[in-house]
Ligand binder design. Structure first.
Ligand code: NDP
Length: 475
């Protein structure tokens, strides 16, 4: 059984309590991870505060080199980390290796930007010189979810470090191992002690302690809407920047002139990571003229998917926990009660492991729970539509606004729809995953703050304006 301790100030202290991490494909234990309590978190914040005083002075070239070394360390340990990622998330080793690669790319991307964290000069009279600089915030707190733990940790830790901040990160109880491995890689890369601290532990204890610690000057959270709003409420007496990424109910819209093969492939991308993805295209809107022919292609693809206990053989991995599996099943039941049809799937295939069959639901009312709430499972719901105006209205009829897909060969139409969809990202003819180089904004209840791309550099810094009186007389 693997053992993981905390990572605080360059040390690996253990604590009295431990979590047992289980493999979602079997619910068998795979590791024991020390659980941080309030005192451990306070110590981690203390270490991060102390380390900030020197880390903020490290020049951009050196900071960049540290990030490059972390990226290299991740690649060197790719097989080992991917194995841990597979054990805790149930995803295939190939998929997990890709996650390690993406994590390395985040560190490389932000390594390349450390010299771009710069201010501007403000034109005033010649007797004055006004310039701005972007200063780091101090200690940043990162609360990580379990659905894509390493990648989601890297997407916020890399820019925070690049900007000269220090980090205290709390991985999810259900999947902390790959994130702890990232901490070890950073330590082995020589990142100064206290710059990156890891405090695995319960959300309501370690997470809450991080959120309420007034020495933490920024918080990044990815997870449920309920906890995100709770965090916002908790820090409402502090004017600190928040990055909240709270999920979605994304529309994927297929017009009658679309390349149907490509669109069907895009529709079933929902089943990656068993639908446990914030940007998954969960609501499939299909033009009436092509609805039956298109759904046939989607069903054909779904029915060819393998659900197997071996993570390297399955196309649809296990859900993270038995309770997640029960919740997905309850959503499907509720759809049937609301008058919907389960076209394919809708069952728990094995007695052990948290698997759920890839499922397509048709004829669900727009106000049914499956149409409105984030299911976070392998469940796609399909709807017919007749006009652009109608589909835009229905696509926007959700509290979320993270992502959307549009499939059409008419680029004017694509542009019209992209302009009217209330979502941070609209993909056209390719339901592509987020990438470090492009921003990942959120509309409505999907989140607040700025992640990815150069937007993250603005988030993890504050602007200071310096205005000087200068003597312009030559002597
Ligand atoms: P949570 O929001 O509970 O968990 C996300 C992270 O927040 C975990 O690290 C968790 O800790 C931590 N946390 C929980 N409570 C607190 C708190 N009071 N203060 C600080 N941190 C806290 O999500 P769940 O794991 O319960 O998943 C529930 C649903 O949330 C999913 O079904 C999905 O709909 C959504 N979700 C969305 C994600 C996204 O990518 N947007 C990611 C994950 C979930 P702990 O380790 O104890 O759980």
């Amino acid at each position: 059984m693997r053992e993981y301790d905390l990572l605080v100030g360059g040390e690996s202290p253990s604590a009295a309590e431990q979590t047992t991490v289980k493999d979602p494909a079997s619910n068998q234990p795979v590791s024991h991870v020390t659980r941080a309590d309030e005192t451990d978190v306070a110590f981690a914040v203390e270490s991060a505060s102390e380390a900030f005083e020197t880390w903020r002075e490290v020049d951009p070239t050196t900071r960049s080199q540290y990030l490059m070394d972390i990226a290299e360390g991740l690649r060197d340990k790719q097989d080992h980390i991917a194995q841990r990622h597979t054990e805790e998330t149930g995803r295939s080793v190939t998929d997990s290796k890709r996650s390690v690669e993406f994590a390395a790319e985040y560190f490389e991307y932000y390594a390349g930007l450390t010299h771009q964290i710069k201010g501007e000069t403000v034109p005033l009279s010649t007797g004055e010189f006004d310039f701005t600089k972007c200063e780091p915030l101090g200690v940043t707190g990162h609360i990580i979810p379990w659905n894509s733990p390493l990648l989601l940790a890297s997407r916020s830790i890399a820019p925070a470090l690049a900007c000269g901040n220090t980090v205290v990160a709390k991985p999810a109880e259900l999947a902390p191992m790959a994130v702890m491995e990232l901490g070890k890689v950073a330590h082995d890369a020589g990142l100064p002690d206290g710059v990156l601290n890891m405090v695995p532990g319960e959300g309501t204890i370690a997470g809450e302690a991080l959120v309420t610690d007034k020495r933490v000057n920024e918080l990044t959270f990815t997870g449920s809407k309920e906890v995100g709003f709770h965090i916002r409420e908790t820090v409402s007496d502090r004017l600190i920047p928040l990055n909240l990424e709270l999920g979605g109910k994304s529309p994927n819209i297929v017009f009658d002139d679309a390349d149907l093969e490509a669109a069907a492939e895009g529709a079933v991308k929902l089943f990656n990571n068993a639908g446990q993805s914030c940007y998954a295209g969960t609501r499939l809107f299909v033009a009436d003229e092509i609805y039956d022919a298109f759904i046939e292609r989607v069903v054909d693809r779904i029915e060819r998917m393998t659900v197997a206990k071996d993570p390297n053989e399955t196309d649809v991995s296990a859900l993270i926990s038995p309770s997640a599996q029960s919740e997905v099943d309850a959503y499907v039941e509720s759809a049937l009660e609301a008058g919907a049809t389960v076209t394919t799937g809708g069952c728990i295939p094995f007695e052990d492991g948290n698997f759920y069959e890839p499922t397509l639901i048709e004829d669900a009312p727009d106000d049914a729970a499956v149409s409105c709430e984030e299911i976070f499972g392998p469940v796609l719901t399909a709807y017919r539509f007749e006009s652009e105006r109608e589909v835009v209205e229905r696509a926007n009829d959700t509290e979320y606004g993270l992502y959307a897909g549009v499939w059409t060969t008419d680029l004017e139409r694509a542009n019209r729809i992209a302009g009217h969809i209330e979502a941070g990202t609209v993909t056209v003819n390719n339901y592509a995953s987020p990438i470090p180089q492009a921003p990942f904004p959120a509309y409505k209840q999907s989140g607040a703050g700025s992640e990815y791309a150069t937007a993250a550099l603005r988030h993890y810094t504050k602007v200071k304006n310096v205005r000087m009186a200068v003597d312009k007389t030559l002597r």
